[in-house]
Design a binder for this molecule. Structure first.
Ligand code: E4P
Length: 217
């Protein structure tokens, strides 16, 4: 299972990368805006730091425009994945990029049928937004389970990239359901390390070790 980090904040990426927790990075226009730096400069910096796939989102509404953006984005690093929204024009662009051997990530998706369409178009990744489904009273993770069943049944190679992750249960269920990748905000990634019994156990060991530890000079 791969962990991607869902941020464009280079310090946050570096901190998680140094712990071996970053196999790739996903960005979107909102995350780039939040990071507050130039788009190209930010992506180049991330791409130089993390060797794994870096998703960069196109903004055009036509396949032609998306392909033009893709041609530019792939010059920003050797690990760029072109993020494309789930529209008819988007699927045209995904098919063309797939034929050119360029990796794609189909984004802003919410249903297993959209995942089936993306796989047919030749997408490398499908990004279902589980948190946004939960926000409107659905169970986002049900979609992941359904996509897993469909992809396995027909041996699709498209990887399930669980996106819009809000909390640890999304990460745990992604692992249990066999999602290929989960893209996690830095804060949630760090929460994975925590357990109250770990804190208590470490405190007890340190306390007991004081019996023989010398006072620092
Ligand atoms: C990542 O690829 C998505 O763009 C991101 O996870 C969306 O998350 P949000 O629903 O928290 O904006």
């Amino acid at each position: 299972m791969n962990f991607f980090i869902d941020t464009a904040d280079i310090d946050e990426i570096r901190a998680a990368y140094e712990m071996g927790l970053v196999d790739g990075v996903t960005t979107n226009p909102t995350l780039i805006k939040k990071a507050g730096k130039d788009h190209e400069k930010t992506i180049r910096e991330i791409s130089a730091l993390v060797p794994g796939p870096i998703s960069v989102e196109t903004l055009s509404e036509t396949a032609e425009g998306m392909l033009e953006e893709a041609r530019e984005y792939v010059t920003w690093g050797n690990n760029i994945v072109i993020k494309i929204v789930m529209t008819a024009e988007g699927m045209k662009a995904v098919r063309a990029l797939s034929e050119q051997g360029v990796k794609t990530n189909v984004t802003v998706t919410f249903s297993p049928l959209q995942a089936l369409v993306a796989a047919k178009a030749g997408a490398t990744y499908i990004s279902p937004f589980v948190g946004r489904l939960d926000d409107i009273g659905h169970v986002g993770m049900d979609v992941i389970s359904q996509i897993r069943t469909i992809y396995d049944q027909y041996d699709f190679e498209t990887q399930i990239l669980v996106a819009s992750v809000r909390h640890l249960t999304h990460v745990l269920e992604s692992a249990l359901m066999g999602a290929d990748v989960v893209t996690v905000p830095g804060k949630v990634l760090m929460q994975m390390l925590n357990h109250p019994l770990t804190d208590k156990g470490i405190a007890t060991f340190l306390q007991d070790a004081k019996q023989w530890q010398k006072e620092p000079a």
